[in-house]
Design a protein around this ligand. Sequence first.
Ligand code: NDP
Length: 310
Amino acid sequence: METTKCLIIGSGPAGYTAAIYASRADLKPIVYQGMEPGGQLTTTTEVDNFPGYPEGIDGPKMMEDMQKQAERFGADIRWGMVSEIDTTKRPFKIKIDDGTELLAETVIIATGATAKYLGLESEEKFKGGGVSACATCDGFFYKGKDVAVVGGGDTAAEEATYLANMCRKVYLIHRRDQLRASKAMQNKVLSTPNIEVLWNHEVKEIVGVEQGFTKALNGAVLVNNKTGEEKKIDIDGFFLAIGHKPNTDLFVGKLDMDETGYLITKPDSTATNVPGIFAAGDVQDKHYRQAVTAAGTGAMAAIEAERFLG
Ligand code: NDP
């Protein structure tokens, strides 16, 4: 059976950065890219906040470059999904969905998280045409315009206040009459003059124009779930902030996770509760979720794997 010193699961900024560091440390890492090679950034357009790109860079292009950089140092990057992992003994036995089996002395989990969407057909239609799940990534494109954020948690509150700094008006659409966000974030939202909270509202449909391959939303139809009343708001951007789901189904019952499924790592470390298994990026981070922080923890994981192997 094939063996490796370091198996990396996932190919976002965390996985590729771990691959760059691990290959430079001569661990000859094998990377399985997973369902979405390149990760969440391949679904965004311009990335303007990753240091080193003064003019910004396309998300997919940045991920392609990270892959090439890892390959330059010898990382073995493969298409495929890990379907099973035995965490009970080292080396860890890993199964891939094509039937391949490997033994890994260390494992770096960088499987990321997936933003939750409402599940509307019209939402799917306008992805890339005004619908986004990341205000920090895409907010800039809506400078001076009107936008909406859906959700009532800390992310929604944070994204609404972030957008309020650059947009003309921000609607915060929440399905209840009370925000779930921390008191401090609630106060910030409620005291920002250009944020209007639409309490007890749900989104029925996103509307816009489609011309060939170009599509742009220009509004949303909302329903008041107390009165049943419908209303339309005019907006150019629609931001989902209804939570993320960490991609950890594979590790349930095998690695420690919090109540929402995020892997738990030791303080100031990427080590999980199983010696030799490390976690980097969004799969263990529900607070920052930035490409640069994911890359940072990817580097940490590779350095820790190298030290673990001694
Ligand atoms: P949360 O799960 O905390 O909040 C999700 C919000 O979306 C809730 O208000 C929920 O409504 C709403 N929602 C969920 N599903 C739907 C749906 N289908 N339709 C409409 N609304 C929906 O997620 P967050 O991403 O906000 O936060 C995740 C974690 O990260 C939390 O622990 C949070 O505290 C933390 N965090 C901390 C930050 C900070 O400290 N600076 C910043 C960002 C996040 P309802 O309230 O009715 O359930």
